[in-house]
Design a protein around this ligand. Structure first.
Ligand SMILES: [Mn+2]
Length: 412
């Protein structure tokens, strides 16, 4: 018998069309693979979706593939992650459950001090599954402290615990704000199916064998894309089992090909930095690849806007790149540095900040640069700084703010 273990798919994470297409292809390929391999069931350990209610495009992709699994007779067992969690059961996860394509395994009865989780039993294999969803920061610990572990430990048969969160013992070198000790989980179960950490890891401890994170299938945060470009394999986990776990194997999902262009421009003049970026970009073959251009450091002279990133992007796309990502947040300029001093009134600080930022913007229109640009920015900020009052509907608020902003910009 075998099951597949997925987590952190983050459907809907990608915002650019070519990457959305890749995200879809990877997910569909993995589901097709599970069906072709004839798995007995599939586990989804949180963050299937990047947000609890993703747009319809994303829901359709999921609906279709979960239906395929359902039609192939493959049950899916899931817990929420931190991204698709909904305390009121209004997540796309719940839509899949309502359609009968997925089973949430968290069935707690919370009366008194202890939280009791009941196992869900898989009909065909007899495996028992229980789990905890990922909750919003900090609340996990409190729930685990109240978990009736003995109840879960006393059941017999093949037992799986699904969870979404960082287990302290499984951390490698990441700086993680919060983690749970393994001892918070029921002891002696057969498999601990994790989600939340985005890279594959598989370890066993005394009393806790087979603690596994499959990692993300593609990406759920920008740093994942960079790791991909540096050669990290992504995929899911396939587990063969009988009375016990027999084999755990990582199955790599085919993804994109990448080129990483990493430019340290520290101390360079802006023309030198531009030349370095050009020569590095010219030395790669972008054909069919996702190119990640990362520029950082403090320019010794000139403006960051002297580097024409949009022309570089255009050139790469013309050269056949599948997609170009430019990360230049770490690039600053010594000459045009935003003055950090926070003296003066709020208005003075705001004006100064706008002045400094506008100096770094490459644009020819006089109404958007110089003191006119600062005036306009200040006026727009006045419109945008007020949050929606409680008694105003969101749509009305958006309409009012948009109308106000367009009139200040002199647009119709
Ligand atoms: Mn995640």
């Amino acid at each position: 018998m075998k099951f597949a273990h997925l987590a952190d798919v983050h459907l809907g994470f990608q915002k650019q069309e070519p990457l959305q297409e890749m995200e879809r292809r990877i997910f569909e390929g993995v589901v097709d693979r599970c069906i072709a391999e004839g798995v007995d069931f599939v586990l989804v350990c949180g963050d299937l979706f990047h947000v609890n209610i993703p747009d319809m495009r994303v829901q359709k992709i999921a609906m279709k593939k979960f239906r395929d699994m359902h039609d192939a007779g493959i049950p899916v067992y899931a817990v929420y992650g931190s991204h698709d969690f909904s305390p009121t059961s209004s997540s796309a996860i719940d839509l899949l459950e309502a359609a009968g394509y997925l089973n949430k395994v968290t069935v707690p009865s919370d009366d008194g001090d202890l939280i009791r989780l009941n196992y869900v039993q898989d009909k065909n294999t007899g495996a028992r599954l229980a789990g905890f969803s990922g909750l919003k920061a900090g609340r996990d610990v409190e729930y685990y402290e109240r978990l009736d572990r003995e109840y879960l430990e006393s059941a017999d048969g093949f037992r799986i615990f699904l969870f979404h969160g960082a287990v302290g013992e499984m951390l490698q070198d990441e700086i993680s704000g919060e983690s749970l000790p393994l001892s918070y989980m029921p002891r002696g179960l057969d498999y601990y199916a994790g989600g939340h950490l985005h890279t594959f890891r598989n370890r066993s401890f005394s009393g806790y064998e087979n603690v596994v994170y499959p990692g993300t299938l593609f990406a759920g945060q920008t740093a994942d894309m960079e790791e991909n470009a540096r050669g990290r394999g992504r995929g899911f986990v396939m587990v063969d089992f009988g009375d016990r776990v027999e084999r755990v194997r990582f199955v790599e999902a085919p993804g994109c090909r990448y080129e990483m262009v990493d430019v340290d421009a520290d101390g360079l003049a802006s023309e030198e930095a531009a030349a370095r970026i050009r020569s590095m970009v010219d030395s790669i073959d972008p054909t069919g690849k996702v190119v990640i251009l990362k520029a950082y450091g403090e320019l010794g002279s000139g403006r960051t806007a002297d580097i024409d990133f949009s022309a570089i992007r255009k050139g790469l796309l013309q050269g056949g790149a599948y997609h170009v990502m430019i990360h230049r947040r770490g690039l600053t300029s010594k000459e045009y540095k935003t003055r950090g001093e926070s003296t003066g009134t709020r208005e003075e600080i705001e004006r100064r900040t706008f002045q400094d930022s506008i100096a770094n913007v490459r644009i020819k229109r006089a109404d958007l640069t110089g003191h006119r640009g600062v005036d306009l920015s200040t006026k727009l900020l006045a419109t945008l700084r007020h949050p929606r009052p409680d008694n105003e509907k969101k749509a009305d608020y958006e309409r009012r703010v948009t109308a106000d902003a367009t009139s200040k910009m002199g647009l119709e």
